[in-house]
Design a protein around this ligand. Structure first.
Ligand SMILES: [Zn+2]
Length: 389
């Protein structure tokens, strides 16, 4: 395959960019790079890490797989061809995709291959499994982590000196990591900085080394310059705070959306502050908050998000209530029932939902909220490990 002249610059474009075989009875780290085809930093950083492991003959206890994401879009240096590859991971789509021989969307055949690879990795290795999805953003940003709010994800993300954003799955349909989380595995998204910033490659590289150490794939003493990577991440950001998404500005089809220039991720915004324009009309912030993922590229369905900081008290309280498993008490409330088909879902009467703050469900670990058959469905993020469908 000839990639000369492309941003891939000679990087081969097979699905498995590389892998390191350790013992089968050990942790397995699976890295996704380039799920969005215009986000090349994660691909380059993964290639550097694979090369250094081999070149320095680094003793490796676990297994590492680096999977390329949207290969066709990577070759064309665009976010996606037909649909966003990070918005199609749900059980219905996967079942449908696997029942169709020829798929029409470019991304569906990418999904089919990635899914088959994940399944085969999980069948042939024992785990524990750690999934890492590397991204970059169109806006300038300090690097940060996104996770579904399960306690195992929180514990792992605390190992990194970076801001952590919870709850993105309530606003997005079908991110890859939310799908993986449903089977009880640790899954962290890492946003390494701006797409074209050379520093984003170094950020992704440092993140991968730390992920390999904290998953116990590699001992830090075996990594030359480990201290350098550790300090690199620590110096990027001054805060380890947890944030949650409180608002998403979703773009309508064909909307003439223009973000006001110059916003940085996590920047404070004031209520009524002008954030963007739709067809020349102002879009203002609906409360004092922080701006997150403002859209500064053509492709994308999210104009911006707003964040609020999560208090330590809330974080600790939610750990206690989830460990004690007192979420069962929620089911004693009239109008709140367990889904007979799914242990992790509560079905809530809208009249009751009106009086029970969403935050209560969040506290108990129920995040995703769907309105179906005239009822709210709240879905729990903490899971026991189960076999992937
Ligand atoms: Zn991305």
């Amino acid at each position: 395959m000839n990639n000369s002249g492309s941003v891939l610059n000679g990087i081969n474009t097979t699905r498995v960019l590389g892998n390191i075989d350790g013992s089968k009875n050990s942790p397995t780290v699976v890295i996704f790079a380039g799920i969005h085809g215009n986000e090349i930093a994660g691909v380059k950083a993964s290639k550097i890490v694979l090369h250094k492991i081999k070149e320095n003959n680094i003793s490796f206890k676990g297994n590492l797989f680096v999977l390329l994401g949207n290969i066709k879009a990577l070759k064309n240096n665009i976010r996606f061809e037909d649909v966003d590859l990070n918005r199609i991971w749900n059980k219905e789509n996967i079942t449908a995709n696997f029942n169709i021989d020829r798929v029409n969307f470019s991304e569906l055949s990418e999904q089919k291959e990635i899914y088959a690879k994940i399944k085969s990795i999980m069948q042939n290795n024992n785990g524990p499994f750690y999934f890492i999805d590397l991204h970059t953003t169109s806006a300038h940003s300090v690097p940060f982590i996104t996770i579904s709010d399960s306690l195992n994800n929180r514990r792992f993300s605390r190992k990194f000196p970076l801001p952590v954003v919870l709850g993105i799955e309530e606003y997005l349909d079908g991110p890859l990591l939310t799908f993986i989380n449903e089977f009880g595995h640790i899954a962290l998204g890492f946003e390494g900085g701006q797409h074209h910033d050379e520093g984003s490659i170094a950020n992704c590289e440092a993140f991968i080394w730390k992920a390999l150490v904290h998953s116990k794939c590699v001992s830090k003493k075996n990594i030359p310059d480990y201290k350098k990577y550790k300090n690199h991440l620590a110096n990027l950001c001054c805060k380890y705070d947890f944030f949650e998404i409180i608002y998403r500005y979703a773009l309508e089809d064909g909307e003439d959306f223009i973000m006001n220039p110059g916003f940085k991720n996590f920047e404070h915004v004031k209520k009524h502050q002008l954030l963007a324009k739709n067809g020349g009309l102002p879009i203002i912030a609906n409360k004092d908050s922080r701006i997150f993922m403002p859209l500064y590229q053509e492709q994308g369905e999210d104009g911006y998000f707003l964040l609020s900081k999560i208090s330590k008290f809330w974080l600790n309280s939610s750990i206690v209530v989830r460990r004690l498993k007192i979420n069962h008490f929620l089911r004693l409330i009239p109008g709140v029932n367990k889904d007979p088909d799914n242990n992790y879902t509560l079905i809530v009467d809208p009249k009751i939902a009106k009086y029970m703050a969403k935050e209560i469900f969040h506290l108990f670990g129920y995040r995703k909220q769907i309105f179906k058959d005239d009822k709210y469905h709240f879905i729990k993020r903490d899971r026991n490990k189960t076999e992937m469908i």
